[in-house]
Design a protein around this ligand. Structure first.
Ligand code: NAD
Ligand code: IPM
Ligand code: MN
Length: 346
């Protein structure tokens, strides 16, 4: 029987609840499909930081390297540990170290789920650059705390980084409906974004079967609200992709519905699967987080591991659940109730 080694990092807040929910669904799907998921849990989180002074041990990345995939909940507890410490100590180094350059975030309305704006169909695949750009961590502050203070945050865009994410997006578009929207702000940012547009045009020649259109990020934000059905694959830089995918989550019914996969397409290192949302301190420890984003991310993990049938079975169970209106169930045992309904459908 095939066994996959999965590193589980529940993290903080609702990350813990939704990871447990996803893991129970994954276990059942694996049982039914006849493979084994061997999970090892790591307590790396803000609580771990408070005990040890680090978000993960010094050899944390090397430890994770031996796994087939990573399932993560959410990281961050800003009341006790600054986000600049917690995210730069755990989530962001995993994405970078394992060259998980393609962050794939699907946005569509599940059956029975009402978006806040519209109920018609749309099916968008956001591809977010995940290792460089505005998240390069380059910069600094001078004259700190004085009236002369200057803070600089440098975005770094490399030809390797831009070309590989655009190529990945073109391939996705080719496998879907053949439309790619490339998002920049090249009317205001004259180096990085002009460069991105140039690489987009260059690759367009190689993908003549894909219809590619460049949009400015501001116009794209409006389009995702006003005409989401006009979009197929949307590719954007790290920060723009981050913002657009919370918008995507909103139009699909909320943060609790948006899944994501952080992929290294060459498969030389583990990829990581996590919901788009964070630790949601405002609803933590109440049992009311929607676990669907995490469960859907788990299905993306199985798909990535090659267990296509089990992944499809989880998606079908989620969809039967939301169609029955259970997916939008409210109440103080919401996380458990939705998970139980999905398990029953499976
Ligand atoms: P958030 O995504 O945690 O929450 C935003 C809003 O969405 C909140 O009102 C929250 O209650 C709601 N929400 C989120 N997930 C939900 C779910 N599954 N079901 C129902 N409602 C849900 O964003 P935030 O408040 O900006 O961030 C909180 C912390 O999480 C911060 O420390 C932030 O840096 C971190 N964060 C981590 C990740 C990650 O680990 N991938 C992602 C985003 C934010
Ligand atoms: C996400 C999150 C992270 C990001 C934060 C927590 C650093 O918002 O995964 O979307 O911006 O990538
Ligand atoms: Mn985000």
């Amino acid at each position: 029987m095939t066994t996959y080694r999965i590193a589980l990092i529940p993290g903080d807040g609702i990350g813990r609840d939704v990871t447990a929910a996803a893991w129970s669904v994954l276990q059942k799907a694996a049982d039914k499909a006849g493979f084994t998921l061997d999970g090892q849990e790591f307590p790396w989180s803000c609580a771990f930081y408070k005990q040890t002074g680090t978000m993960m041990p010094a050899d944390g990345i090397e430890t994770l390297r031996g796994f087939d995939a990573i399932l993560l909940g959410a990281v961050g507890w800003p009341a006790e540990v600054p986000d600049s410490v917690s995210l730069h100590g755990l989530l962001l180094p995993i994405r970078k170290s394992f060259v998980q350059y393609a962050n794939i975030r699907p946005h569509r309305l599940l059956p029975g789920v009402k978006g806040p704006l519209r109920s018609e169909g749309f099916d968008i695949l956001c591809i977010r650059e995940n290792t460089e750009g505005e998240y390069s961590g380059a910069g600094g502050r001078v004259h700190q705390g004085t009236a002369d203070e200057v803070a600089v945050e440098t975005s770094i865009f490399t030809r390797t980084g831009v070309e590989r994410i655009l190529r990945f997006a073109f391939e996705q578009a080719r496998a879907r409906r053949g439309k790619l929207a490339s998002v920049t702000k090249s009317n205001a940012q004259k180096f990085s974004m002009v460069f991105w547009d140039e690489v987009t045009r260059k690759l367009a020649g190689e993908y003549a079967d894909v219809e590619v259109t460049s949009y400015h990020i501001d116009a794209m934000a409006a389009r995702m609200v006003m005409a989401p059905e006009s979009l197929d694959v949307v590719v954007a830089s790290n920060l723009f992709g981050d913002i657009l995918t919370d918008l995507g989550a909103a139009i699909q019914g909320g943060l609790g519905f948006a899944a994501s996969a952080n992929i290294n397409p060459d498969r030389s290192t583990p990829s990581m699967f996590e919901p788009v949302h964070g630790s949601a301190p405002d609803i933590a420890h109440q049992g009311i987080a929607n676990p669907i984003a995490a469960i859907w991310s788990g299905a993306m993990m199985l798909d990535h591991l090659g267990e296509k049938a089990a992944a499809a079975a989880i998606m079908a169970a989620i969809e039967r659940t939301t169609a029955d209106d259970v997916g939008t169930i409210q109440g103080k045992d919401r996380t458990e109730a939705i998970t139980a309904a999905i398990l029953a459908q499976l």
